[in-house]
Design a protein around this ligand. Structure first.
Ligand code: NAD
Length: 451
């Protein structure tokens, strides 16, 4: 099938490249010339394991191309996927990119009588697809929904393993305006073998928010328990959750063997949730509930616990140092999680900002954020280093903020030797197996440590 993907960021690019890999003819459209140029040269503009290879192959075999022109991208396409950003602006979902994309698609639809299914892949609040998107399409195309198809197909891929998630999905959700729209989109997904949920547009929209809000709630719940643990002597949050995880309803025993579902990774204390989805999606859902006249105290609490993580990490640093003012603090890891270069709403950057606000001199190392990388999310005043040892040299404290595997295998003896009196704050509880040299103060999350 011919597929056009409008918006070639993390979701659009992975979607497009993977659809090309399974045999479709894909044209991506973006408004950023540098992105289009990189794709057509066979280079991925983002870091995502496995993406470079399938992108290169798709471009070389002529199955995958990018363009700045919607007209060109939609040429012959039966499906038009909308994967533009839906950020939060002033606490509410900002649908301007979705509107602009829908208007552009509508204008292109006006020029031909071909049946195409416009499919919203971006995360949008319930009512957006059959409201703003349908209205924009109908107004600009002069055609009615039904003459073109309309679907809502939320995306569940996780950055860091996005290619794998897309190629082996847990489920595919197809929210449909009518049967014909859903059938056409289902045909695009026929190479995938997983449960397909055929439902209404609003259900599809809300499935995505509910899934993200659940995972974010589990993270904040774990961090709430961690705070209680830290107030007690002899209690360790990881041991508490090991006992909880062994409930068969959380980790079933199948054929005599214990299965550890991926969900348990969210019942774990740490630096809080971040990235381009959870923070904005929980906020948008809270705002949407409010507009529906539904109080959402649980979502409020989830956000409040998450907001407090940065200052909690800064407290763990500050206590043994007797204040942060003028102290050198090295932060290891800046991306919101390993195996991505994405800095959006990273808990690591929230901790950096809090430490800078308290007067610390903050230096950092991240494998995907080399010195010289310019990114609007990087706070001014943060000094970047090309490796971990240079970043920690002479630092009074180290914060492990993102659990990149290379940090777990770091020579922590050498790290401690490079610091006058080592204080290590483990924001991910990832270093519990390390044998700390005498004199080092190790401070994990959810366990009281004497200063
Ligand atoms: N990033 C994730 O892990 C993830 C996972 C699931 C769902 N989502 C959702 O998918 C959507 C996209 O997220 P993302 O992270 O890929 O965003 P992104 O910011 O990385 O990419 C959006 C892209 O759309 C382009 N764009 C904006 N307006 C355009 C237009 N009119 N025409 C063509 N291109 C346009 C931008 O230039 C950008 O390249 C969001 O709604 C997000 O919530 C994201």
């Amino acid at each position: 099938m011919r597929v056009c993907v409008v918006g070639t960021g993390y979701v659009g690019l992975v979607t497009g490249a993977c659809l090309a890999k399974v045999g479709h003819q894909v044209q991506c459209v973006d408004v950023r010339p540098e992105v289009v140029e990189a794709i057509n040269a066979g280079r991925s503009p983002i870091v995502e394991p496995g993406l470079d290879d399938i992108l290169k192959a798709g471009v070389a075999e002529g199955h995958f191309r990018a363009s700045l022109s919607l007209q060109e991208g939609m040429e012959g396409a039966e499906i038009v996927l909308v994967a533009v950003g839906t950020p939060t602006t002033k606490g509410d979902i900002d649908l301007r990119y979705v509107r602009e994309a829908a208007e552009g698609i509508g204008r292109t639809l006006a020029g031909s009588s071909a049946y195409r299914v416009v499919t919203v892949k971006s995360t949008v609040v319930p009512g957006t697809t059959d409201g703003l998107v349908r209205t924009s399409l109908e107004t600009t195309s002069g055609r009615k929904a039904g003459q073109f198809g309309l679907c809502m197909n939320p995306e569940f891929l996780r950055e860091g393993c996005a290619v794998e998630d897309f190629l082996e999905p847990d489920r595919i959700v197809i929210g449909q305006w009518d049967e014909r729209s859903g059938d056409t989109l289902a045909k695009m997904y026929s190479p995938f073998s997983c449960p397909v949920v055929r439902t209404g547009l609003r259900n599809a929209e809300l499935i995505k928010y509910t899934a993200n809000a659940l995972l974010a709630s589990m993270i904040s719940f774990s961090n709430q328990i961690a705070m209680i643990c830290e107030s007690l002597d002899g209690v360790d949050v990881d041991e508490v959750f090991t006992g909880v995880h062994l409930d068969r309803r959380l980790s079933p025993v199948v054929d005599g063997r214990r299965v550890h579902p991926g969900l348990l990774a969210y019942l774990k204390a740490g630096a809080g949730y971040g990235g381009s989805c959870f923070p904005k999606d929980v906020l948008a859902l809270r705002q949407f509930a409010q507009e529906c006249g539904v109080p959402a105290p649980l979502l409020e609490a989830v956000m409040a616990v998450n907001r407090s993580r940065a200052s909690h990490l800064a407290d763990l640093v500050e206590e043994p140092l007797g204040g942060a003012e003028g102290k050198k603090v090295a932060v290891l890891g800046l991306t919101f999680k390993p195996f991505t270069d994405d800095l959006r709403e990273s808990p690591a950057l929230a901790a950096v900002e809090e430490l800078l606000r308290r007067g610390a001199v903050v230096r950092a190392y991240d494998p995907e954020v080399p010195p010289g990388r310019t990114d609007p999310h990087l706070p001014s005043g943060l000094e970047l280093f090309p490796n971990a040892i240079d970043a920690v040299r002479e630092a009074q404290a180290v914060v492990l903020a993102t659990a990149w595997p290379e940090f777990l295998g770091l020579d922590w003896g050498a790290v401690c030797a490079a610091m006058p009196r080592p204080v290590i704050v483990d924001g991910r509880n990832a270093l519990k197996e390390v044998q700390w040299p005498h004199g080092a103060l190790y401070r994990p999350i959810g366990r009281r440590t004497e200063v």
